[in-house]
Design a protein around this ligand. Sequence first.
Ligand SMILES: Cc1cc2nc3c(=O)[nH]c(=O)nc-3n(C[C@H](O)[C@H](O)[C@H](O)COP(=O)(O)OP(=O)(O)OC[C@H]3O[C@@H](n4cnc5c(N)ncnc54)[C@H](O)[C@@H]3O)c2cc1C
Length: 271
Amino acid sequence: MKISLPNMDSLSVGLLVIGGGIAGTSIAANLVPDLKVCVIKAEEYAGFHSTGRSVAVYAEAYGSQVIRKLTKKSATLFLEAEAQSSCKILRPRGFLFIAREDQNESINDLARELSEEASLVTLGTNEALELVPALRKQYVSRALYDSRAKDIDVAALHNFYIRTLRRGGGQFLQSQSAKSIEKQNTKYRLSCNSFIITCKTLVNAAGAWADEIAQLAGCKKIGLRPLRRTAFAFDPKNWKYSDWPVVIDSEEIFTISRRRTQSLGLQQMKL
Ligand SMILES: Cc1cc2nc3c(=O)[nH]c(=O)nc-3n(C[C@H](O)[C@H](O)[C@H](O)COP(=O)(O)OP(=O)(O)OC[C@H]3O[C@@H](n4cnc5c(N)ncnc54)[C@H](O)[C@@H]3O)c2cc1C
Protein backbone atom coordinates (compact mmCIF):
# COMPACT_ATOMS: atom_id res chain seq x y z
CA MET A 1 0.00 0.00 0.00
CA LYS A 2 1.33 3.41 -0.90
CA ILE A 3 1.40 5.84 2.06
CA SER A 4 1.02 9.44 1.03
CA LEU A 5 3.38 11.80 2.85
CA PRO A 6 2.30 15.34 3.69
CA ASN A 7 3.49 17.92 1.21
CA MET A 8 6.94 19.00 2.37
CA ASP A 9 9.04 21.76 0.83
CA SER A 10 12.73 21.03 0.34
CA LEU A 11 15.48 23.39 1.33
CA SER A 12 19.23 23.09 0.96
CA VAL A 13 21.48 25.31 3.08
CA GLY A 14 25.09 25.45 4.21
CA LEU A 15 24.25 25.81 7.90
CA LEU A 16 21.10 24.86 9.74
CA VAL A 17 20.60 26.14 13.28
CA ILE A 18 18.06 24.35 15.47
CA GLY A 19 16.76 26.88 18.01
CA GLY A 20 15.73 30.48 17.50
CA GLY A 21 16.58 31.88 20.94
CA ILE A 22 19.43 34.32 21.57
CA ALA A 23 22.05 31.57 21.08
CA GLY A 24 20.80 30.31 17.71
CA THR A 25 19.98 33.70 16.21
CA SER A 26 23.28 35.30 17.28
CA ILE A 27 25.28 32.47 15.70
CA ALA A 28 23.22 32.69 12.52
CA ALA A 29 23.46 36.49 12.28
CA ASN A 30 27.23 36.28 12.52
CA LEU A 31 27.54 33.77 9.69
CA VAL A 32 25.42 35.44 7.00
CA PRO A 33 26.00 36.37 4.23
CA ASP A 34 29.12 34.18 3.98
CA LEU A 35 26.99 31.08 4.46
CA LYS A 36 23.49 30.20 3.36
CA VAL A 37 21.87 29.93 6.79
CA CYS A 38 18.50 28.77 8.06
CA VAL A 39 17.22 28.87 11.66
CA ILE A 40 14.28 26.74 12.75
CA LYS A 41 12.43 27.08 16.01
CA ALA A 42 9.61 24.99 17.42
CA GLU A 43 7.24 27.74 18.55
CA GLU A 44 5.24 30.32 16.70
CA TYR A 45 6.65 33.28 18.61
CA ALA A 46 10.20 34.56 19.00
CA GLY A 47 11.69 34.46 22.49
CA PHE A 48 9.27 31.82 23.73
CA HIS A 49 11.69 30.00 26.05
CA SER A 50 14.61 31.21 28.22
CA THR A 51 15.36 34.14 25.93
CA GLY A 52 11.99 35.70 26.64
CA ARG A 53 11.92 34.87 30.34
CA SER A 54 15.28 36.05 31.54
CA VAL A 55 15.74 38.67 34.26
CA ALA A 56 17.78 40.36 31.54
CA VAL A 57 20.66 41.60 33.62
CA TYR A 58 24.29 41.78 32.57
CA ALA A 59 26.19 41.08 35.79
CA GLU A 60 29.91 40.43 35.70
CA ALA A 61 29.91 39.36 39.35
CA TYR A 62 27.20 36.71 38.95
CA GLY A 63 27.66 32.97 38.54
CA SER A 64 30.57 30.56 38.51
CA GLN A 65 34.04 31.62 37.42
CA VAL A 66 33.40 30.28 33.91
CA ILE A 67 30.10 32.16 33.62
CA ARG A 68 31.76 35.35 34.89
CA LYS A 69 34.51 35.08 32.30
CA LEU A 70 31.98 34.50 29.51
CA THR A 71 29.91 37.44 30.72
CA LYS A 72 32.94 39.75 30.64
CA LYS A 73 33.90 38.57 27.16
CA SER A 74 30.39 39.21 25.88
CA ALA A 75 30.53 42.94 26.71
CA THR A 76 32.02 43.72 23.30
CA LEU A 77 29.18 41.86 21.54
CA PHE A 78 26.61 44.11 23.21
CA LEU A 79 28.58 47.20 22.21
CA GLU A 80 28.85 45.97 18.61
CA ALA A 81 25.11 45.29 18.49
CA GLU A 82 24.44 48.78 19.89
CA ALA A 83 26.67 50.40 17.28
CA GLN A 84 25.17 48.46 14.38
CA SER A 85 21.53 48.74 15.41
CA SER A 86 21.70 52.32 16.79
CA CYS A 87 19.63 50.95 19.65
CA LYS A 88 20.56 51.08 23.34
CA ILE A 89 21.03 47.46 24.46
CA LEU A 90 22.63 47.99 27.90
CA ARG A 91 21.40 50.45 30.54
CA PRO A 92 22.64 51.06 34.10
CA ARG A 93 20.97 48.88 36.76
CA GLY A 94 23.20 47.60 39.60
CA PHE A 95 23.17 44.26 41.38
CA LEU A 96 22.84 43.73 45.14
CA PHE A 97 23.59 40.50 47.00
CA ILE A 98 21.96 40.55 50.44
CA ALA A 99 22.42 38.32 53.49
CA ARG A 100 20.70 38.00 56.85
CA GLU A 101 22.82 37.60 59.95
CA ASP A 102 22.45 33.80 59.79
CA GLN A 103 23.76 33.88 56.20
CA ASN A 104 27.07 35.47 57.18
CA GLU A 105 29.02 32.45 56.06
CA SER A 106 27.51 32.43 52.58
CA ILE A 107 28.11 36.16 52.00
CA ASN A 108 31.67 35.82 53.31
CA ASP A 109 32.27 32.95 50.87
CA LEU A 110 30.80 35.04 48.09
CA ALA A 111 32.96 38.05 48.99
CA ARG A 112 36.06 35.82 48.96
CA GLU A 113 35.14 34.28 45.61
CA LEU A 114 34.45 37.68 44.10
CA SER A 115 37.43 39.46 45.68
CA GLU A 116 38.93 40.18 42.24
CA GLU A 117 35.80 41.98 41.04
CA ALA A 118 36.98 45.56 41.39
CA SER A 119 33.50 47.04 41.07
CA LEU A 120 32.07 45.13 44.04
CA VAL A 121 31.71 47.02 47.33
CA THR A 122 30.54 45.83 50.74
CA LEU A 123 27.54 47.65 52.20
CA GLY A 124 26.01 47.67 55.65
CA THR A 125 22.30 47.51 56.45
CA ASN A 126 21.55 51.22 56.11
CA GLU A 127 23.42 51.63 52.82
CA ALA A 128 21.58 48.63 51.34
CA LEU A 129 18.24 50.01 52.52
CA GLU A 130 19.04 53.35 50.91
CA LEU A 131 19.32 51.54 47.59
CA VAL A 132 16.19 49.39 48.11
CA PRO A 133 13.98 50.92 50.84
CA ALA A 134 11.47 48.04 50.60
CA LEU A 135 13.93 45.62 52.21
CA ARG A 136 13.25 44.73 55.82
CA LYS A 137 16.03 45.94 58.12
CA GLN A 138 16.32 42.59 59.90
CA TYR A 139 16.71 40.83 56.55
CA VAL A 140 19.92 42.62 55.61
CA SER A 141 22.92 42.32 57.83
CA ARG A 142 25.48 42.71 55.06
CA ALA A 143 25.36 43.29 51.29
CA LEU A 144 27.63 43.28 48.26
CA TYR A 145 26.88 45.81 45.55
CA ASP A 146 28.00 45.85 41.93
CA SER A 147 27.20 49.21 40.37
CA ARG A 148 28.43 48.09 36.95
CA ALA A 149 25.62 45.56 36.35
CA LYS A 150 23.32 46.54 33.49
CA ASP A 151 19.85 45.82 32.14
CA ILE A 152 19.93 44.07 28.79
CA ASP A 153 17.21 44.95 26.30
CA VAL A 154 16.89 41.31 25.24
CA ALA A 155 13.99 41.98 22.86
CA ALA A 156 16.05 44.61 21.00
CA LEU A 157 19.10 42.36 20.88
CA HIS A 158 17.12 39.33 19.70
CA ASN A 159 15.35 41.41 17.04
CA PHE A 160 18.66 42.81 15.90
CA TYR A 161 20.02 39.29 15.33
CA ILE A 162 16.86 38.14 13.51
CA ARG A 163 16.92 41.24 11.28
CA THR A 164 20.63 40.78 10.54
CA LEU A 165 20.00 37.14 9.64
CA ARG A 166 17.19 38.04 7.25
CA ARG A 167 19.06 40.96 5.70
CA GLY A 168 21.96 38.62 5.02
CA GLY A 169 19.66 36.32 3.05
CA GLY A 170 19.08 33.83 5.89
CA GLN A 171 15.77 32.27 6.83
CA PHE A 172 14.04 32.25 10.22
CA LEU A 173 11.36 29.56 10.21
CA GLN A 174 8.94 29.49 13.13
CA SER A 175 6.61 26.61 14.16
CA GLN A 176 9.15 24.15 12.79
CA SER A 177 10.05 21.46 15.28
CA ALA A 178 12.86 19.08 14.34
CA LYS A 179 11.36 15.59 13.98
CA SER A 180 14.18 13.50 12.56
CA ILE A 181 17.82 13.93 11.59
CA GLU A 182 19.69 11.59 9.25
CA LYS A 183 23.35 11.70 8.33
CA GLN A 184 23.75 11.11 4.57
CA ASN A 185 27.41 10.99 3.55
CA THR A 186 28.72 14.49 4.24
CA LYS A 187 25.30 16.04 4.79
CA TYR A 188 22.45 16.05 7.29
CA ARG A 189 18.83 15.68 6.29
CA LEU A 190 16.38 17.07 8.81
CA SER A 191 12.63 16.90 8.71
CA CYS A 192 10.48 19.41 10.58
CA ASN A 193 6.80 20.34 10.35
CA SER A 194 6.73 21.58 6.75
CA PHE A 195 10.25 21.17 5.38
CA ILE A 196 12.92 18.65 4.57
CA ILE A 197 16.16 20.56 5.02
CA THR A 198 19.55 19.37 3.81
CA CYS A 199 22.66 21.02 5.22
CA LYS A 200 26.37 20.52 5.55
CA THR A 201 26.64 21.84 9.10
CA LEU A 202 24.08 21.52 11.85
CA VAL A 203 24.13 23.70 14.98
CA ASN A 204 22.28 22.50 18.05
CA ALA A 205 21.07 25.65 19.83
CA ALA A 206 17.93 24.13 21.31
CA GLY A 207 18.68 25.38 24.85
CA ALA A 208 17.30 23.04 27.51
CA TRP A 209 16.15 20.66 24.74
CA ALA A 210 19.62 20.28 23.24
CA ASP A 211 19.82 16.67 24.48
CA GLU A 212 16.68 15.75 22.55
CA ILE A 213 18.23 17.13 19.37
CA ALA A 214 21.52 15.38 20.13
CA GLN A 215 19.63 12.10 20.41
CA LEU A 216 17.82 12.69 17.12
CA ALA A 217 21.24 13.16 15.52
CA GLY A 218 22.59 9.98 17.15
CA CYS A 219 24.86 11.84 19.60
CA LYS A 220 25.33 11.20 23.30
CA LYS A 221 23.17 13.02 25.83
CA ILE A 222 24.96 15.23 28.37
CA GLY A 223 22.16 15.42 30.92
CA LEU A 224 20.36 18.64 30.03
CA ARG A 225 16.72 18.97 30.93
CA PRO A 226 14.24 21.82 30.97
CA LEU A 227 13.32 22.95 34.49
CA ARG A 228 10.61 25.23 35.77
CA ARG A 229 11.33 28.45 37.62
CA THR A 230 8.70 30.27 39.56
CA ALA A 231 8.20 34.01 39.33
CA PHE A 232 5.46 36.18 40.65
CA ALA A 233 4.90 39.64 39.31
CA PHE A 234 3.11 42.42 41.13
CA ASP A 235 2.79 46.15 40.87
CA PRO A 236 4.61 47.72 43.85
CA LYS A 237 2.39 50.80 43.65
CA ASN A 238 3.72 52.64 46.68
CA TRP A 239 7.39 52.37 45.83
CA LYS A 240 9.47 54.34 43.38
CA TYR A 241 11.37 51.33 42.21
CA SER A 242 12.63 52.28 38.75
CA ASP A 243 16.22 52.79 39.96
CA TRP A 244 16.46 49.82 42.29
CA PRO A 245 19.19 47.32 41.56
CA VAL A 246 18.41 43.66 41.00
CA VAL A 247 18.44 42.10 44.49
CA ILE A 248 19.58 38.56 45.01
CA ASP A 249 19.75 36.54 48.17
CA SER A 250 23.35 35.45 48.90
CA GLU A 251 22.27 31.81 48.74
CA GLU A 252 20.18 32.47 45.62
CA ILE A 253 16.93 31.59 47.34
CA PHE A 254 15.23 34.43 45.46
CA THR A 255 15.86 37.34 43.12
CA ILE A 256 13.95 40.61 43.01
CA SER A 257 13.93 42.44 39.73
CA ARG A 258 11.92 45.43 38.61
CA ARG A 259 11.48 43.88 35.18
CA ARG A 260 8.22 42.27 34.30
CA THR A 261 8.59 38.97 32.51
CA GLN A 262 9.94 40.17 29.26
CA SER A 263 8.31 37.25 27.52
CA LEU A 264 5.00 39.10 27.69
CA GLY A 265 6.30 41.49 25.08
CA LEU A 266 8.22 38.96 23.09
CA GLN A 267 5.71 36.15 23.00
CA GLN A 268 3.01 38.34 21.60
CA MET A 269 5.28 39.57 18.86
CA LYS A 270 5.04 37.62 15.66
CA LEU A 271 8.17 38.17 13.58
C1 LIG B 1 14.19 32.73 34.77
C2 LIG B 1 15.49 32.99 34.04
C3 LIG B 1 16.22 34.15 34.31
C4 LIG B 1 17.42 34.40 33.62
N1 LIG B 1 18.08 35.58 33.85
C5 LIG B 1 19.19 35.88 33.14
C6 LIG B 1 19.84 37.14 33.30
O1 LIG B 1 19.42 38.00 34.08
N2 LIG B 1 20.96 37.38 32.56
C7 LIG B 1 21.44 36.47 31.66
O2 LIG B 1 22.46 36.76 31.01
N3 LIG B 1 20.84 35.28 31.47
C8 LIG B 1 19.72 34.96 32.18
N4 LIG B 1 19.09 33.76 31.99
C9 LIG B 1 19.69 32.81 31.05
C10 LIG B 1 19.35 33.17 29.61
O3 LIG B 1 18.00 33.57 29.51
C11 LIG B 1 19.61 31.93 28.73
O4 LIG B 1 20.96 31.55 28.89
C12 LIG B 1 19.37 32.19 27.26
O5 LIG B 1 18.14 32.83 27.01
C13 LIG B 1 19.44 30.86 26.53
O6 LIG B 1 19.14 31.08 25.17
P1 LIG B 1 19.03 29.88 24.19
O7 LIG B 1 18.87 30.44 22.83
O8 LIG B 1 20.15 28.93 24.45
O9 LIG B 1 17.71 29.07 24.66
P2 LIG B 1 16.14 29.37 24.47
O10 LIG B 1 15.82 30.82 24.49
O11 LIG B 1 15.45 28.50 25.48
O12 LIG B 1 15.83 28.85 23.03
C14 LIG B 1 15.74 27.49 22.71
C15 LIG B 1 15.22 27.38 21.31
O13 LIG B 1 15.25 26.01 20.91
C16 LIG B 1 14.07 25.75 20.17
N5 LIG B 1 13.82 24.31 20.17
C17 LIG B 1 13.79 23.42 21.21
N6 LIG B 1 13.51 22.19 20.75
C18 LIG B 1 13.38 22.29 19.40
C19 LIG B 1 13.08 21.38 18.35
N7 LIG B 1 12.86 20.07 18.57
N8 LIG B 1 12.99 21.84 17.08
C20 LIG B 1 13.21 23.15 16.81
N9 LIG B 1 13.50 24.06 17.74
C21 LIG B 1 13.57 23.64 19.03
C22 LIG B 1 12.99 26.57 20.86
O14 LIG B 1 11.89 26.78 20.01
C23 LIG B 1 13.78 27.86 21.13
O15 LIG B 1 13.73 28.69 20.01
C24 LIG B 1 17.91 33.47 32.66
C25 LIG B 1 17.16 32.31 32.38
C26 LIG B 1 15.97 32.07 33.06
C27 LIG B 1 15.17 30.83 32.72
